[in-house]
Every structure is written in structure tokens, then in C-alpha cells.
Write a protein that binds this ligand. Structure first.
Ligand SMILES: [Zn+2]
Length: 472
């Protein structure tokens, strides 16, 4: 069922604060004939501020959120009754793979639509207006997940831009089903031109040679069909295993995939193995990417990585269990790489914890990356917002977190309404850092997509703030 809560077009949002600006502003939106989704025509000083109102409690407008990597078809398996017998008993990665395969045998179209709708609706309520959604295609599910995903993509088109990944979670060049799985991918790519991205999982192949064939095949097919490419790569913390990153970079160069030859991009997800690289190796990665103009981004998936990625057991039985996830802020600042953060899985054996709220990830990042400054918080916000949108190829380049003239009217208005139910004056979150350090509840997030409003459900208490609707 499509969402039912969108307003008419807004012509302005009056009386908000913007990142990096101390005073109060009006955001004015126009809808030129060639741009029905609207454009921010100007941000002008707000003149009707009520004397005596605390500026710290003025709503704050920031760019909308993006999922750069989320699994649509296996979301919330743990919340569906039919899979109650498949809850984890050990929590291991092998168990996650095997119980998910069993669950996939039972997937039905109504069940896929139901769980998919939970994911999209909850994401939108947190402020997500764009997502890259992974949908599996193989001999187990055939095309049923893709078929349901296409319906969700069109039904939710008014509130969220859903980019579909035709995704091989299973081997395509090894095991008894490899060839059959690859045939299903080819059929899917032929039948559904709406597929935006080809995604594979080289690390599930049974040999390193098969993993490299997987990579080469995916690069060739993405280039031939003009699709984005997305690998689940190097998902281990085992220094004895070769990092396949080097092969991906080599193969992209060999095939001439550059920023000027195509507008399509390449994303590398998980890549926990790379946390074991020395600085000098990271410099080499950065040099190869920049010297060859490779449009490569990395996505760290910390809720999954912290849960699943651990080194092989110590032969001497040492109890040490370090975890690993890409050090995203360091990759951006120190190595000049493009890197973002994504939710990956929610409510299933791969990641049983965490909500589909990108700001929850940004908040987790403060702890994981020891990123406690205001500038860190702003960077983490970008990583789940403007940087994530650019990394999946929906914007030509990322902007900072100031809502400004010339951009799309996709943004969040963070309010400071009391949600304790105790009738007190709400604790204000007056900076981007306070939003990231302790993300506001859904009821304090109003979402604008293409200039239309999805209200959170509570009224705005400040009389110097208003949404003004277009009369066109
Ligand atoms: Zn994933």
C-alpha cells in the first residue's frame, strides 16, 4: 500500500535554523515546469521572529538521509511469524547464511511486500528519501524478490527514491548451483530494465579464482549494460587471506572504467579485511584510485561488521575477540577516499540489532571511530546523507550539510517537541552535533521530499515557525 501522508507542495518553510548559520531563515521553494520535484530558490532571513523565543529551540533544517546499502528482501525476517523457528541459536555467520537460505525457500510475494513495506515506511519516518536496496536473485528465490521490489519501488516513488540492486548473495562461479544462479541474474537483467545496480558477493565463492571470475564478470556486465556496480567484499579479519580489493582495482583499470568514461559508480561494501592494511597500503589504494580516475566509494556497515566480523579463533585459545569495521572518517580525511556508512541488514540473522535509522549509525560512529568533535559529527551526518546520496550516484557530487539555494527540496526539519509525555519544556538539540550525539525521535523529524511534507504527527508549538503551502 502506498503511503498516505504527503501534503501539497510547500512554497516555503519559515523560521528555521540552518547548519552553520546562527540566525533564523525562510527556505523558499519553486517548481519550474522542467523540474516538478522543485528546487530551493533561495534562503532568506526570517523577519517575523517572536521576541523572547529561545533561538536554541528553533527547528533545524538539514539534508534528508540516505541508505547507501540496505537489504530490502531479508529485512525483519525476525519479526515475521512464519520464520519464528529460525531465530539464531549460535549467532555465527555460517548459521546466518544457512537459516537465511531456509527462510528464502519460504519467501512469498505477500510476505516480501509486507516486510519490505515495514522497512521503507520506517526508513521514511526516520527521514530517508533515497536508498540503494539489495534484492537477491538465485536458484532459491528466482525472481520473486525482484518482482516484489519493483512494486515497492513504484508504490513508494512519491516519498522515497528506491534504487534496486540485482544481487547475487550466492556463488555464481562455484558450487553446484553457480551456473544456475548466474543464469537467473542474466534473466533478471533482461526482464527488468529498471534494475539500477549489479551486485555480487565474491567472498562466498569456494576458491579465490572463482571470486576473481565473479568480480570480472560483474564489471563486464555492469559496463555493457550501463549499471552501477556494488560488491560485498573482503568480509573478514584474516590477514592470511588475500584482499580482493587489489583485483577489483586492477580489473576496473584494465577495462577502462573511469569517471570520464561513464557516470556509473562502483561501491565496495564491508571490506573489514582492509582495516588490517598499513597506512602505506592505504596510500597506495588512494593513489591507484585518483591516478586512474576510478569512481570508487567504500561503505562501512558497522552494525553488521561489529556483530559478525571477527578474526579466526586463536589456535592457543586466547579469548581476545577484536572487531573491525572500516574507519570511515580516517579514510576520508587522511587518505582522501570516498567513504560512507550504511545500515545493511535489520531484523535478521546477519544483524539482529539496530533500527533502520541512518542517524543511529552516525551516532554509533561517534563511539566506534572516537569521533567526538563537532566537525566529526558533521562529517558523520554527511556520511548518512549527502555523501551517501552522491556515492550511490544520485547526485553528481556531495555537498555539505547546509540546506541551500539550487538544491532539491529534500530535507528534514528537526523539532524540539516534548516526547516524554511529562509535559515539560523539551531539551533542545540546537546543533548538528547534538542531533548526531543523541538522535531525535521520529516524532521530532518532519520529512520533505520533492517539496512535499510528511509530518511526524505532532503539532509545531512555536508560533514563529510555519509551513507555507503553494497555491499553484
Ligand atoms: Zn549487504
Amino acid at each position: 500500500m502506498p503511503p498516505l501522508m504527503l501534503s501539497k507542495r510547500l512554497s516555503s518553510v519559515q523560521g528555521v535554523r540552518l547548519a552553520g548559520a546562527s540566525s533564523t531563515w525562510d527556505i523558499n521553494i519553486h517548481y519550474p515546469p522542467d523540474c516538478p520535484g522543485g528546487i530551493i530558490a533561495s534562503c532568506t532571513p526570517h523577519h517575523n521572529a517572536t521576541p523572547g523565543n529561545d533561538p536554541a529551540s528553533t527547528p533545524l533544517a538539514l539534508p534528508a538521509l540516505t541508505h547507501p546499502h540496505i537489504h530490502l528482501d531479508k529485512a525483519f525476517v525476525h519479526s515475521a511469524r512464519e520464520y519464528a523457528h529460525l531465530l539464531p541459536s549460535t549467532g555465527s555467520f555460517q548459521e546466518a547464511l544457512s537459516v537465511t537460505t531456509v527462510a528464502k525457500q519460504r519467501f512469498t510475494r505477500p510476505d516480501l511486500l509486507n516486510r519490505g513495506e515495514w522497512l521503507v515506511a520506517e526508513s521514511v519516518s526516520w527521514g530517508v528519501t533515497a536508498m540503494r536496496a539489495f534484492v537477491e536473485v538465485d536458484h532459491t528465490v528466482k525472481l520473486i524478490c525482484l518482482d516484489a521490489a519493483m512494486d515497492l519501488k513504484s508504490q513508494w516513488n512519491d516519498v522515497c527514491e528506491i534504487q534496486i540492486v540485482c544481487f547475487a548473495q550466492d556463488p555464481i562461479f562455484s558450487t553446484q548451483h553457480g551456473e544456475e544462479n548466474r543464469d537467473f541474474l542474466e534473466t533478471a537483467l533482461e526482464q527488468y530494465p529498471q534494475i539500477d545496480v549489479i551486485g555480487t558477493t565474491p567472498y562466498v565463492e569456494s576458491t579465490i579464482e572463482a571470486a576473481k571470475r565473479n568480480i570480472d564478470w560483474a564489471i563486464d556486465r555492469a559496463l555493457q549494460l550501463d549499471k552501477h556496480l556494488d560488491f560485498h567484499l573482503d568480509y573478514n579479519l584474516d590477514s592470511s587471506k588475500e584482499a580482493l580489493l587489489w583485483h577489483v582495482l586492477h580489473s576496473l583499470r584494465q577495462r577502462g572504467w573511469t569517471g570520464s568514461s561513464t557516470a556509473k559508480r562502483v561501491m565496495l561494501g564491508h571490506c573489514t579485511r582492509l582495516t588490517l592494511l598499513a597506512d602505506e597500503k592505504w596510500r597506495e589504494v588512494s593513489r591507484i584510485i585518483h591516478d586512474n580516475d576510478l569512481p570508487v566509494s567504500f561503505v562501512g556497515l558497522p552494525t553488521s561488521d561489529l556483530y559478525m566480523a571477527s578474526p579466526p579463533p586463536d589456535p592457543n585459545g586466547a579469548p581476545d575477540r577484536p572487531r573491525g569495521t572500516l574507519r570511515v572518517p580516517e579514510m576520508i580525511r587522511k587518505h582522501d577516499l570516498d567513504a560512507v556508512i550504511g545500515v545493511n541488514n535489520v531484523g535478521n540473522a546477519f544483524t539482529p540489532w539496530g533500527p533502520p535509522d541512518p542517524l543511529f549509525l552516525a551516532c554509533l560512529g561517534v563511539g566506534v571511530y572516537q569521533a567526538g568533535t563537532q566537525a566529526d559529527a558533521e562529517l558523520l551526518y554527511e556520511c548518512v546523507s549527502t555523501r551517501a546520496r552522491a556515492a550511490i550516484g544520485l547526485s553528481p557530487s556531495h555537498s555539505n550539510i547546509a540546506v541551500k539555494e539550487g538544491e532539491r527540496p529534500d530535507f528534514l526539519v528537526f523539532h524540539n517537541r516534548d516526547v516524554t509525555g511529562c509535559g515539560i519544556a523539551a531539551r533542545p538539540r540546537s546543533s548538528v552535533a547534538e542531533i548526531v550525539w543523541d538522535p531525535p525521535a521520529q516524532l521530532n523529524r518532519d520529512v520533505l521530499f520533492n517539496g512535499r511534507l510528511k509530518r511526524s504527527g505532532l503539532p509545531t508549538l512555536r508560533n514563529d515557525f510555519s509551513y507555507v503551502f503553494s497555491t499553484e
